[in-house]
Write a protein that binds this ligand. Structure first.
Ligand code: F6R
Length: 247
């Protein structure tokens, strides 16, 4: 499993942003780039560098279509903790992407309609020719997207129940664990696997033990990120802290 270690999260993030920019620039006139995006603390500096590339170096998102990995359920898009709000604040409000090209799982849907909606989310990615690149963080449970322990390797976009540790880790954003939604909509492991390229990023010592399990541990649904060991198109990009337990 290819692992690249950078001295700092900042230098690593700049390198990931450049790779995204290179994919966008490699497309011929009008050809779309389809990106799979993540939220959370990990990709914030990648998005900041993409915003800088847009402002200072003319990188355009006019032909970029995005699919976010996940959203809490239920969740109103205008709520401060929504992943819609996160993406607007960190990326979408600062670049020239068109709103119609942005896809984030809809946390407002009726439960009855969710299965059809999730299937359509998946189909839409397929119709566009698949994801050129999926970026990922990793949760302390070993989740990618919100594919918590127990997720199947061929899972698709679906409604899931969040792990207790994941809700505890999110409690700061919600002013207490009891306010963190119990469920989320997430792309599946199978959805992520279909991307042409996958980059998993992790920063700091706090992620060192889960990174060791993900990279060196036995492949198991107990640590969903271990499934990435089976992909030929994945790269782990770490800072020295996150890499510090690797042998
Ligand atoms: C978010 C997502 C999650 C996070 C993970 C790490 O869209 O899919 O898997 O990447 O929970 O979160 P941070 O980056 O906040 O440590």
């Amino acid at each position: 499993l290819p692992v690249t270690v950078f001295p700092t999260a900042n230098s690593a993030s700049i390198s990931v942003a450049r790779r995204i920019a290179d994919i966008i620039k490699s497309k011929s006139d009008g050809e779309k780039t389809v990106l799979g995006l993540a939220t959370g603390a990990t990709p914030v500096k990648v998005y900041a560098e993409l915003v800088r590339l847009h402002r200072e170096e003319g990188l355009s998102f006019k032909n970029v279509i995005t699919f976010n990995l996940d959203e809490y359920y239920p969740m109103k898009p205008l709520a401060a903790q929504s992943y819609v709000a996160f993406m607007k604040e960190n990326l979408f409000d600062h670049v020239d992407i068109e709103w119609k090209n942005i896809n984030i799982p809809d946390g407002t849907l009726d439960a009855d309609y969710l299965q059809a909606y999730c299937y359509e989310y998946e189909q839409k990615i397929t119709r566009l020719g698949g994801l050129d690149l999926q970026i990922l963080g990793i949760g302390r449970t070993g989740h990618i997207g919100f594919n918590e322990p127990g997720s199947a390797p061929n899972s698709g976009t679906r409604l899931v129940t969040l792990d207790d540790l994941t809700r505890r880790d999110a409690s700061h954003d919600f002013g207490g664990k009891e306010n963190v939604p119990v469920k989320a909509i997430t792309m599946g492991i199978g959805t992520i696997f279909k991307a042409k390229e996958i980059i998993l990023m992790a920063w700091s010592q706090k992620k060192a033990s889960i990174i060791k399990k993900a990279v060196e541990g036995e492949i198991s649904s107990d640590v969903p990120a271990t499934y990435l060991q089976l992909s030929d198109n994945v790269e782990f990009i770490l800072d020295e802290g996150a890499a510090s337990s690797l042998t």
